[in-house]
Design a protein around this ligand. Structure first.
Ligand code: COA
Length: 253
């Protein structure tokens, strides 16, 4: 599973290594990709396995990424049981996220005016443009971010709101009995018209058709609009949220 060498920012900038690569450190699997194309910040995703990564495995990952030339690591959204190894290896909290759940037993009908359809190959540029209009710089997706959200679960669907042009999109996924709302964005000029609600309801129906019994979504603490929308739609906050951790790396001498 472990490639001969860990790709660094220069390989990523050349285009190779933009896809997430799976590495194994200390017996734990991680996914690695540039946080964003052209940056020297890197994403380290702990793959949920039987046990969370221990401090030794995280320290090995951290040191390998530092040696490859990366300057800062951001993790995936981690729960309490997963953070211990990272904190012991010097990671600190970058952002806190609410985790919300929704039973798929009773769903409201999909209402709304927007034309929702499946993503076409030619939509990807427009989807990225909506994403960067909707999200602050840190949370913006590039192509690799979208690919990661789509491949995070065994089945996934990218749905767009088409008002003559793509003005919103949602990525839904399913793993076993759990559906995941992986991404949701509406172009600011089209917000407040019910598109977000329509995309979420549509995603929940798809998850249920695919056999999921409950849905999960996370959102940053400061994203009050999304949080209110989810609560209003019947999502309930889990007692414990998630955190994204970061670690500044010392350049290898
Ligand atoms: C969160 C987000 C997707 C919501 O999309 P949206 O299309 O604005 O959502 P809706 O219109 O369905 O609902 C949002 C608000 O508009 C209101 N609204 C819905 N339909 C409306 C209508 N016809 N007229 C006026 N207001 C309406 C809703 O009550 C809601 O009000 P609130 O903000 O006071 O709670 C959008 O704000 C966005 O893209 N934000 C940035 C990215 C983001 O945060 N994504 C979610 C990350 S988890």
């Amino acid at each position: 599973m472990r490639p001969r060498s860990i790709f660094g920012p220069s390989e990523a900038a050349n285009g190779s290594g933009v896809r997430a690569v799976q590495y194994s450190w200390g017996g734990h699997s991680f996914r690695v990709r540039p946080w964003r194309v052209g940056s020297d910040e890197v994403y380290l995703g702990a793959i949920t396995g039987s046990s969370p990564p221990d401090p030794g495995a995280v320290a090995q990952a951290r040191d390998a990424l530092a040696a490859a030339g990366w300057r800062r690591i951001y993790t995936n959204a981690l729960n309490r049981s997963e953070i211990e190894g990272f904190e012991a290896a010097g990671f600190t909290v970058k952002d806190r996220l609410h985790l919300l759940t929704h039973s798929l037993r009773d769903l409201s009908r999909i209402t709304g005016q927007a034309h929702l359809r499946r993503e076409r190959r030619s939509d990807r540029g427009a989807i990225l443009a909506v994403d960067s209009e909707a999200f602050s710089e840190f949370w913006r997706f590039d192509e690799a971010g979208i690919r990661e959200a789509v491949t995070a679960t065994p089945t996934a669907r990218v749905r767009v709101a088409d008002q003559g042009a793509v003005v919103g999109y949602a990525i839904s996924g399913r793993a076993g009995a759990v559906g995941y709302l992986q991404r949701l964005a509406v172009s600011p000029r089209f917000q407040g018209q019910g598109l977000g609600r329509q995309l979420v309801t549509d995603g929940l129906h798809w998850m249920r058709r695919r056999g999921a019994r409950s849905a999960l979504v996370n959102t940053q603490y400061e994203n009050e609009r999304a949080y209110r929308l989810y609560l209003d739609m019947g999502f309930r906050p889990e007692p414990e949220g998630l955190v994204v951790l970061e670690c500044e790396l010392v350049p290898a001498s």
